[in-house]
Design a protein around this ligand. Structure first.
Ligand code: PLP
Length: 461
């Protein structure tokens, strides 16, 4: 299986990025649970024949859909070893526990967070944001939410985020019992960065109306356009207004290790909480994210509950701090091992260089788009996301939407490259999110060629 996996990675660029699963193959995935055993090589053959060809494609050099990393063999081997080790990272006096602690501390240092800050490895960015926002809510509630309910909070809490914020924050508001209206959407400027004047005005209006401004959610790298909110100015405002600063760094936090671009996220280290997505920026196999909290005491106070069957001991297996006191899950897998082995094997500098390379590639793609009269850049390229469309003369926005959607679908079905789309300020566009260490400039040149070709084919069938 290991040899097969390596062979698969070596031949990646030759096959299609993605292809739809034929109906006959789909039929293999219906039917009752198997009652009797089958030979493992027979089961494995089904994986290679019926599953491998129909994967997401994000490990392929020409995959730029949504926003996700493209994998790492060392990380995959580490996941295997972690599963064999079998340790439960809810806690316990184990080597795995120490690796987990070391990894969160490495991430703290890599992002410039202060010594003493705490961290929790979680399933990804959404959960890392929830951990940070729950700590913010509890710190600002004015009463102990281990005993009281959200309804007893004296004045309704308000969280602020830009109109480009990721949808997981709406889920978080729902989960935290605050409701969607607790999340105030602040307007963005022409670069899709949070408008600090609008933020200040929103905070003032809420105070005047008797509500409690609690937290600003700044985004370091928005999903739509890769924009980075003005972090130093937001941090200043949060300090002046005594607000919790949470930074959603799922896309951008790891730029802190990229020598040519780390200045873009300066100020991030002033946050009270920071969400990292390591299956994006570090290309770790799914799934792994990390929440970093400036104040370890608040972090633990938010999540720790008393349980008579979970008591720390001075000796033996329970003689270690319980990690489940820093998040929502009790049992956690040994996610730390893949980060630990990846960073040790390749070194932080290599991951930093990849991030610089990715940003340079987004600029290269942007320059190619700007040089093509038939293409139109739809947002300034801030970091790693490029928004554009094929824009033949004489088409209105509705026709352009249909035209570009068809280009996107034909491109995906061709297997040559995969991108997706979005809508920014009401205008539809194609979106290439470059978070791929296997991509070369020539792959992006091919993307441009294919889009021009498909666009022309649609116009003159
Ligand atoms: C990807 C992303 C998330 C969600 O992270 P998951 O790992 O998919 O849960 C949150 N915020 C931003 C800005 C993202 O790009």
């Amino acid at each position: 299986m290991v040899e097969g996996a390596i062979a698969r990675l070596q031949g990646l660029g030759d096959g299609p990025v993605w292809q739809p699963m034929p109906e006959a193959v789909k039929a293999d995935f219906t039917g009752p649970p198997p009652q009797s055993p089958a030979a493992l090589d027979r089961v494995y053959a089904d994986v290679t024949q019926n599953l491998y060809p129909y994967a997401m494609g994000n490990i392929h050099p020409r995959f730029w859909a949504w926003y996700m990393g493209s994998g790492c063999l060392t990380g995959a081997l580490a996941d295997f070893l972690a599963a064999i080790d079998g340790s439960n990272l809810g806690g316990g006096n184990t080597g795995a526990n120490l690796v987990d602690r070391q990894v969160t501390d490495w991430l703290r240092q890599m992002t410039g967070f202060p010594e003493g800050a705490s961290g929790a490895l979680v399933s990804g960015g959404s959960m890392a944001n929830i951990v940070g926002l729950m700590a913010a809510r509890n710190a600002k509630a004015g009463l102990d939410l281990h005993h009281h309910s959200v309804a007893e909070i004296a004045a309704p809490l308000r969280f602020y985020a830009s109109d480009q914020v990721h949808a997981c924050h709406m889920k978080a508001m729902n989960l935290l019992g605050l409701g969607g209206k607790a999340l105030v959407r602040v307007a963005t400027d022409q670069n899709y960065r949070m408008d600090i004047t609008a933020l200040r005005a929103a905070i003032r209006a809420d105070r005047a109306a008797g509500r409690t401004p609690a937290c600003v959610i700044a985004t370091a790298g928005t999903t739509n356009t890769g924009a980075i909110d003005p972090l130093p100015a937001i941090a200043d405002l949060c300090r002046a207004e005594d607000l919790w600063l949470h930074v959603d760094g799922c896309i951008g936090a790891m730029f802190a290790i990229a020598p040519e671009n780390r200045h873009l996220v300066a100020g991030m280290e002033r946050a009270n909480s920071l969400a990292l997505d390591l299956h994006k920026g570090l290309h770790a196999p799914f799934d792994v994210g990390c929440a970093l909290l400036r104040d370890r005491r608040i972090h633990r106070a938010t999540f720790a509950e008393e349980a008579e069957y979970l008591q720390v001991a001075t000796r033996g297996l329970a003689a270690a701090e319980f990690l489940h006191d820093y998040g929502l899950e009790t049992t956690r897998g040994f996610r730390a091992l893949k980060i630990w082995m990846m960073l040790r094997h390749h070194g932080v500098a290599a991951f930093g260089r990849i991030l610089d390379q990715t940003i340079a590639q987004a600029r290269h793609l942007t320059a190619r788009i700007e040089a093509e009269p038939a293409l139109q850049l739809m947002a300034p390229t801030a970091t790693t996301v490029v928004c554009f469309r094929h824009a033949p003369a004489g088409m209105n926005d509705a026709a352009l939407r249909a035209h570009n959607t068809e280009i996107m679908l034909r491109l995906q079905e061709s297997g040559v490259a995969v991108i997706t789309d979005t809508t920014i300020r009401g205008r539809h566009c194609l979106r290439a999110a470059i978070c791929n260490h296997r991509t070369r400039d020539a792959d992006l040149d091919l993307l441009i060629d294919e889009i021009l070709k498909i666009g022309a084919e649609i116009l003159t069938p």
